[in-house]
Design a protein around this ligand. Sequence first.
Ligand code: GN1
Ligand code: MG
Length: 368
Amino acid sequence: MNQKEILHAFCIEGTVSEVKPLGNGLINDTFLVTTTEPAAPDYVLQRINTSIFTDVEMLQRNIERVTEHIRGCGEATLRFIPTRQGRTYHRDAEGNVWRISEYIPHSTTLNEVNNVTAYEAGHAFGHFEQMLSDLTEPLGYTIPNFHNMEYRMEQLRQAVREDPLQRAQGVSDMLDIFERDAERMCQGERLHREGRLPLRTCHCDTKVNNMLFDDRTGDFLMVIDLDTVMPSLFFSDYGDFLRTAASTTREDDPQLDNVHFRLDIFKAFTRGYIESVRTFFTPLEIELLPWAAELFPFMQSVRFLWAYILGNDYWKCDYPEHNLDRARNQLRLYEEVCRHEQEMALFCQQCYSASNQSPVFTNEKQEL
Ligand code: GN1
Ligand code: MG
């Protein structure tokens, strides 16, 4: 890359002394840009993956609106540096698209949670949604239908019809389970159509490594990776965090006996989350939280199986059955989460009543 040209395009301060890779993101390429002068900030330079984020103009407009809004709430967030033309991205001569934000001093990310950080994560992602709940005009969809379960089921069915590698027969056991539970797992979209679940502004990539902590005190600093912040239903942030953080193993562990759902992490995260969202979530949204915890491993399993059947490399594979192992792992996690349904429901109800004196659930449950 022509580093000089790229850096020169942005209104950064100070003299650049070093550019080196930062973090372990799979989608964008990220670099730390160090400056010599103590008074000048360091920067984070990113090349945006334009095969996933095809509409960069919309992506950056979303991010600008989100960061301005959060700053307007008096809270810390990323600061993107404008180019000399006043945009927050730069397209270089080779067509690569770049952006720069200020590096947050003394910040660090975590790759695992414990009961304390899971609580903080719940609180932080819930608060993030709460701050954005009064955005006047909705954001654009940076990835259309991203967490749309009906769409993901249709994608899978289409792949099964095409079946280019004749893989569908070998996974009929999984396909049967998906079809058996499809209606229940697609109730979010249905309830939205019926006017009972509102769209909200969600983060849509709630992993613990998308939060910054202070490396001296361990205090939570801010939520980062704002690429997928877009309108979605309530379940996106809550469900996807638990899918990754509350599993006892990595999502591609082929040893299914290793896959369990950690109720301690579930409880810590849920307590923090409900504290933040109780003021603006509807009782139905709170009531559906355990279902959201079930939805995400189910949806992820459907997505991995779709990629396996088509043999595509949406998720990079180290061996031919890699996406199949991922799909089986997530299906097992789904079954494990479902085993805890009643306990989860009771816990959510307790948290909600503890933080809200008014009577809790509606009787909508019977209709679901
Ligand atoms: C992708 O690459 P990563 O981990 O940030 C995917 C998520 C999936 C996840 C599964 C844009 O996220 O939706 O849950 O893989 N992101 C996109 O590992 O598709
Ligand atoms: Mg990420």
